[in-house]
Ligand binder design. Structure first.
Ligand SMILES: [Fe+2]
Length: 238
């Protein structure tokens, strides 16, 4: 049975749903909207692709030739066609999408006061205007957190104190440089009542990135935990 159509979680004014790829790429981020979602119910069997890839590296980037060489059913081939079309759409806009089969991402060293791996809620950042596009086709979907329900780790007094202790100096400009260099300032914790939401499967998202003079706050998001025994994820990211 196809999944229900995507609806933004109640009260989530920062997601705007769009009706086409063109609308997804041309709608400006404004009025606090920092995530655009083009909801889709995709035909084809994406799980079959993942199953055919078998065991492999933690992260495998899938090139067109590899996808086309997989021994697939008609449903699997339909899924491949969609994977290639999505990349083509993004490339035609000058973007550089990557399609990855993800078994696990690298994790932080244990004991760090603030986690800075992608399993931790974070904002993507850049020095110039840009956006992140993403779509989960199979496996666990990426997760988002409303800006109102997110606090920067460096603004949480206990976490800031722990980072300061690790830095070993006063809370000054050098410390702020240290926070930036280690990406501590890009990571967030949910407030106790927060309700993170799923980006769902098949929907193509464009989310706001933190860069100088961005008109909206960045869209806080994270990779889902991949538990032992769970199938790998199939993720498009640009
Ligand atoms: Fe990210």
């Amino acid at each position: 049975m196809p999944p229900p159509p995507f609806r933004p979680p109640p009260g989530y004014a920062r997601v705007r749903v769009v009706g086409s790829f063109d609308e997804l790429v041309t709608t400006p981020f404004a009025d606090g909207v920092n995530a655009l979602c083009w909801p889709r119910t995709l035909a084809g069997d994406f799980s079959e692709i993942v199953a055919q890839l078998g065991d492999g590296e933690d992260i495998t980037t899938l090139e067109e030739a590899r996808l086309r060489a997989l021994p697939l059913s008609a449903a699997g081939r339909t899924a491949v066609a969609t994977l290639l079309e999505d990349q083509q759409l993004l490339r035609a806009r000058g973007l550089s999408p990557s399609l990855d089969c993800i078994r696990r991402y690298p994790r932080d060293e244990p004991g760090a006061p603030v986690s800075t791996d992608v399993y931790s809620f974070h904002a993507d950042s850049a020095t110039a205007p840009t956006d992140t596009y993403l779509c989960t086709y199979a496996g666990a979907a990426s997760e988002g957190l409303r800006h109102e329900e997110a606090r920067r780790c460096v603004d949480v007094p206990e976490l800031r104190a722990a980072l300061l202790a690790r830095f070993g100096g006063p809370d000054n400009g050098e410390f702020r440089d240290y926070l930036r260099e280690h990406c501590y300032d890009l990571h967030y914790v949910p407030i106790p009542s927060a309700q993170p939401f799923s980006f769902g499967l098949g929907h193509l998202w464009r989310i706001a990135v933190e860069y100088p003079d961005s008109p909206v706050p960045p869209c806080v998001h994270r990779a889902p935990e991949t538990l032992p025994g769970q199938p790998p994820r199939l993720l498009l990211i640009s």
